[in-house]
Design a binder for this molecule. Structure first.
Ligand SMILES: NC(=O)c1ccc[n+]([C@@H]2O[C@H](COP(=O)([O-])OP(=O)(O)OC[C@H]3O[C@@H](n4cnc5c(N)ncnc54)[C@H](OP(=O)(O)O)[C@@H]3O)[C@@H](O)[C@H]2O)c1
Length: 274
């Protein structure tokens, strides 16, 4: 697939994985429309793409606003023509033991990570179907969509839900030439951990990326490269770590053995938490 001239919409494009994806997609010739709540990081990404010779516009908006999907797709269409691809990437974490998570926290997290993703991909799918254009829908899930870890129950639940939703969507839309892919990053060096600690009221920052093993860390550019590869040659899932992908398979096959491993991790985190 030649990506040149095929527009893409990316939520959460001001920082981290979304910003790196915007730059990588623009370098592949895709006009890019990015969104996020803060205007400043959006402008930084727009400038970086333009400085490198690409096309990019930024739309400050909140993905939990019901109108965001139509607003964003309209803006992209007006600037570059109907989007070929949509990457629902905006999201955040919550660092809290499951039994201490309030219903309000659960609902807020699902609004951003799950419902906003479904809304954007659904609206985009309708437009692609009406235009009989084909296209590519992507959601930024996580490796924890396949196996959860201590203190991230709510977050993992949102990512697993996204993953399953997209699995059905993929089967439904494949016959009409619309690809659906989920992206499953491991720990990525972005603002994610700081935002998660701050939203969770954890000033001791035990959840920082420094507390994850080095082999479990990667750069946002690594994820962006894998996303472009998937846009060129569509596949159901984007993984950047074979080892972690294997872990997810082992977790399904041998939950008792893998629980033992994860409990060791829990003990380590307890130490960090004092
Ligand atoms: N970093 C990791 O280790 C990791 C691992 C697996 C999966 N992921 C997933 O990767 C995606 C991107 O995260 P990241 O690591 O790149 O972290 P990040 O730098 O914090 O990016 C999250 C982006 O989402 C945007 N966002 C958050 N809430 C929003 C809202 N209500 N409306 C609009 N935009 C919103 C943020 O922009 P504003 O704050 O300006 O709105 C920000 O640009 C997330 O879905 C995350 O769950 C991350």
């Amino acid at each position: 697939m030649d990506l040149a001239g095929r527009p893409i919409v990316i939520t959460g494009g001001g920082t981290g994985i979304g910003a790196a994806a915007a730059q990588a997609c623009a370098a592949a010739g895709m006009p890019v429309c990015i969104a996020g709540r803060r205007a400043e990081p959006l402008q930084r990404t727009v400038d970086a793409v333009k400085d490198a010779g690409g096309q990019c516009i930024g739309m400050p908006l909140d993905v939990t606003d019901a109108a965001h999907a139509a607003t964003l797709l309209d803006a992209a269409t007006e600037a570059f023509g109907p989007p070929w691809a949509v990457f629902a990437n905006a999201g955040r974490g919550l660092d809290r033991p499951a039994h201490q998570t309030t219903e309000a926290e659960l609902r807020e997290l699902f609004e951003v990570n799950f419902f906003a993703t479904c809304r954007l991909l659904n609206v985009a799918a309708h437009r692609m179907l009406d235009a009989q254009s084909g296209g590519h829908l992507l959601a930024c899930s996580s490796c924890v969509a396949k196996f959860s870890v201590p203190y991230h129950a709510a977050y993992a639940a949102t990512k697993a839900s996204q993953d399953l939703y997209c699995q059905s969507m993929r089967l439904e839309l494949a016959p009409v030439g619309i690809h659906v892919s989920t992206v499953h990053p491991i720990s990525t060096k972005t603002e994610f951990f700081d935002v998660s600690a701050s939203v969770s009221g954890r000033t001791d920052a035990p959840s920082g990326i420094d507390h994850t093993p080095r082999w479990f860390q990667q750069s946002p550019e690594r994820v962006a490269k894998a996303i472009v590869k998937c846009l060129v040659k569509p596949r159901p899932e984007v993984w950047t770590s074979k080892l972690v992908r294997m872990t997810s398979a082992l977790r399904t096959l041998w939950p008792t053995v893998m629980d033992r491993q994860f409990r060791r991790m829990l003990d380590t985190q307890r130490l960090h938490r004092g």
